[in-house]
Design a protein around this ligand. Structure first.
Ligand SMILES: Cc1cc2nc3c(=O)[nH]c(=O)nc-3n(C[C@H](O)[C@H](O)[C@H](O)COP(=O)(O)OP(=O)(O)OC[C@H]3O[C@@H](n4cnc5c(N)ncnc54)[C@H](O)[C@@H]3O)c2cc1C
Length: 347
């Protein structure tokens, strides 16, 4: 679903002191279609300024009635604080649709070991995947290694325990707490070495293959990548979602003269100049044009568009597959016009 849609809040559920799940009503006639692992882009106005943010969907398609997102407050964060503190049942939220390539498609006949690695709010898409695997892949085993500060900060703690009771040995839960309230067997941080130990200790119980899905803060994701690489895990079996960029943005390509760009969006055409060194997104926003966007770093793909004319260079193209790049797709947030009169169709 890549279309803007207004959704009504059905209820708000407190998960921890600083995180809530926002349950959104599914429209009767135009249900929002999504895959486990995808995110919803919200457009939220804070102090008169509109901003877009991605929130992974914590509900599971085919299982949960509402479309739910789980938001954790970020210190000083504009949108997350507004959502956690001010939203209530009956309010409406503007969405720009569901996006994302971090998806899980259940394979009902397979005997896999789905290994999930999460920390903090990174549990959100992982929780959707976990439920999908348990319910729709009955012969597969699921393990979750989940890092948090302490017991009180564990999002979905009760729901995970309930799933553990329901699914028994098919679900292995490993909580790792960096500042446990009391001495805990699984204390500490999810470092590369710790992850390797924990991953090696997981029983495979007859599973034929392992698939890895991870989501968490940048530092934890780097440790996961290092651990899986050191264990020789094939890249095809590893799926990752980042909420924050992996590394600082590379230096922008130099473009001396400002370039004219035409953006086709929702049946309208917008024309603006892109000064040297500005990304397409920065120039669009500076001209009062607001395409969908979220991460501003080339990995969430909310600002994907197709090039109809002219040339665009991207400083970061990991968000798009080779096939998509070959089809002329580009990301506004990391794209620079190389020629004048670049024409782009926003998806
Ligand atoms: C694909 C994707 C999925 C996401 N899913 C979720 C989700 O399920 N739940 C959720 O709570 N968030 C999620 N996020 C993060 C979310 O989109 C926002 O970035 C986050 O809520 C902060 O927005 P803000 O407006 O409150 O902060 P801002 O006002 O944008 O930033 C305030 C400060 O916080 C820092 N900051 C921004 N984002 C983060 C972050 N994620 N962690 C730590 N510091 C940050 C900024 O550098 C800045 O210093 C996701 C992000 C992406 C790209």
């Amino acid at each position: 679903m890549n279309k803007p849609l207004t959704l009504k809040v059905a209820s708000i559920e407190r998960e921890t002191d600083d995180a809530v799940t926002i349950h959104l009503k599914q429209p009767m006639l135009r249900k929002v279609r999504y895959s486990a692992g995808q995110y919803l882009t919200l457009e939220v106005e804070v102090d008169g300024v509109k901003g877009c943010r991605a929130y992974s969907i914590s509900s599971t398609p085919g299982l949960d009635k509402t479309l739910s997102i789980t938001v954790k407050r970020v210190a000083g964060g504009k949108v997350s604080n507004q959502l956690v503190q001010q939203l209530s049942a009956g309010d409406v939220v503007q969405t720009l649709g569901t996006h994302g390539r971090f998806t899980f498609a259940p394979q009902p006949g397979s005997r896999r070991h789905i290994v999930l690695l999460a920390a903090g709010s990174g549990i959100t898409p992982i929780f959707s995947i976990l439920k999908s695997a348990l319910h729709f892949e009955p012969d597969s085993q699921v393990s979750l290694i989940y890092g948090n500060r302490n017991t009180g900060s564990v999002i979905f703690r009760d729901k995970l325990e309930q799933l553990q009771r329901t699914f028994g040995e098919r679900l292995k839960l490993v909580h790792v707490l960096s500042q446990p309230e009391a001495p805990a067997a699984q204390g500490g941080r999810l470092t590369q070495q710790r992850l390797v130990e924990l991953l090696r200790a997981l029983p495979d119980s007859g599973a034929q293959t392992r698939e890895y899905y991870s989501c968490g803060p940048g530092g934890m994701m780097d440790e996961v990548t290092a651990a899986l690489t050191s264990m020789g895990i094939a890249a095809e079996s590893v799926h990752q979602e980042r909420f924050t960029p992996a590394k600082a943005a590379a230096v922008a390509p130099v473009s001396e003269a400002p370039k004219r760009v035409q953006l086709l969006m929702q049946g309208q055409e917008f024309s603006f100049m892109v000064p040297s060194g500005q990304t397409l997104l920065e120039a669009a926003l500076a001209s009062g044009v607001t395409p969908p966007f979220s991460c501003r770093a080339g990995f969430c793909t909310a600002c994907v568009c197709t090039r109809l004319a002219g040339d665009v260079r991207m400083r970061e193209d990991h968000g798009l597959s080779t096939a998509e790049l070959n089809m002329g797709q580009a990301l506004l947030c990391v794209g620079y016009p190389l020629t004048d009169n670049v024409r782009l169709q926003v998806h």
